[in-house]
Ligand binder design. Structure first.
Ligand SMILES: [Zn+2]
Ligand SMILES: [Zn+2]
Length: 336
């Protein structure tokens, strides 16, 4: 049975999930993604092999009976949705039974087509799937936090090649999220406005780290980016919760995700990467957070100094990284 354990010294929760160790790793013996076939009969995520995955929970179809995106329960879940988040343990060893939801969302029926290989309507369907699953689980009174993320490539933590994303819903909040909320709340108390709205306004005005902007979203590198090409995407309109965005802006979110990740791939030769939707805990007042997406290409490894100090060393200048990415986006958009 999985469980959450709380480290009383670092104030961090850890999920102990020994079942995860049993999952098969596909990567070691497989060819690079560029040379992959559109369909692989051994792949559990390819059409025709639906019986190889755990129970399907959602799908978006491109024609009757033909799925474009498909969501199902993770076969090797880090958490168990049949448990209740009951707390126990003692002062130095707090624990909670490992309730949680762990789902997979497959990007497309094509074995070799992920977010940056699809036409924009295909990317829109991925974003729509994220929203549908997010909104569904946000109704569960046991759920406090929903994280949607993509591990792309083996160094980013992926074990299956067929492009996919994941959703994990937990009954606890990480200390990282709590700290971000505290900072946002403090800023609002002092300045009567949203810290992130202010940051976005200033970044657009300065125009030194902007990669791309469309009608509803903007992407830039953080002023103090922790690592090279670490990138943020923000909605221009203030929303704490990913699930509360207007469905009309899904095409703009698909557009910016596509162009920013595509620029990373072109400039950095298809690096492994993670992206994470960072959204407020369920029920947090709308003024206390501003959701966003982080994209982190896995170009370097975390080393001893970072582990020891939690101070990251970034070997490149965010302004230069942004300019390089912006130039690629400009070419993609046929502006030059
Ligand atoms: Zn496949
Ligand atoms: Zn805001």
């Amino acid at each position: 049975m999985p469980e959450f354990r709380f480290n009383v010294l670092t104030r961090e929760w850890v999920i102990i999930a020994t079942e995860r160790a049993k999952r098969p790793m596909e990567f070691a013996q497989t060819a690079p993604r560029l040379n992959l076939p559109a369909h692989d009969k051994r792949c559990p995520f390819c059409p025709g092999n639906e019986h190889m995955t755990s129970a399907e929970v959602d799908r978006i179809e491109s024609a009757p009976g033909v799925w474009q995106t498909r969501a199902f329960k993770n076969k090797f879940p880090a958490l168990d949705e049949n448990l209740q988040p009951n707390a126990s343990g003692d002062l130095l060893r707090p624990r909670i039974d490992g309730f949680g939801i762990h789902e997979v969302i497959v990007d497309s029926p094509k074995h070799n087509k992920g977010i940056t290989d699809l036409p924009l309507p295909g990317v829109e369907k991925i974003v729509e799937s994220y929203l549908r699953r997010y909104r569904f689980h946000a109704q569960d009174p046991r759920v406090k936090q929903i994280i949607i993320f993509k591990n792309n490539g083996v160094t980013a933590g992926s074990s299956i090649i067929h492009p996919h994303s994941q959703l994990i819903a937990t009954p606890i909040l990480s200390s990282q999220v709590q700290e971000r909320i505290r900072v946002t709340q403090e800023f609002r108390a002092e300045n009567k406005k949203c810290l992130i709205c202010e940051m976005i306004r200033q970044e657009i005005e300065l125009n030194q780290r902007i990669i791309y902007q469309n009608r509803h979203f903007v992407s830039f590198l953080p002023y103090a980016a922790l690592s090279s090409f670490h990138t943020w995407i923000f909605p221009l309109e203030h929303h704490a919760h990913f699930g509360s965005i207007d469905d009309d802006i899904i095409p703009d979110l698909a557009d910016i995700l596509y162009h920013v990740i595509k620029a990373h791939e072109k400039l950095l030769n298809r690096p492994d990467y993670n992206f994470v939707v960072r959204t407020a805990p369920i029920g947090l007042p709308n003024e206390d957070y501003h959701w966003y997406i982080s994209i982190i290409p896995r170009l370097t490894k975390t080393a001893g100094f970072e582990i020891g100090s939690n101070i990251y060393i970034n070997g490149s200048l965010p302004e230069l990284n942004a300019l390089e990415l912006r130039n690629v986006v400009d070419i993609l958009k046929n502006k030059v």
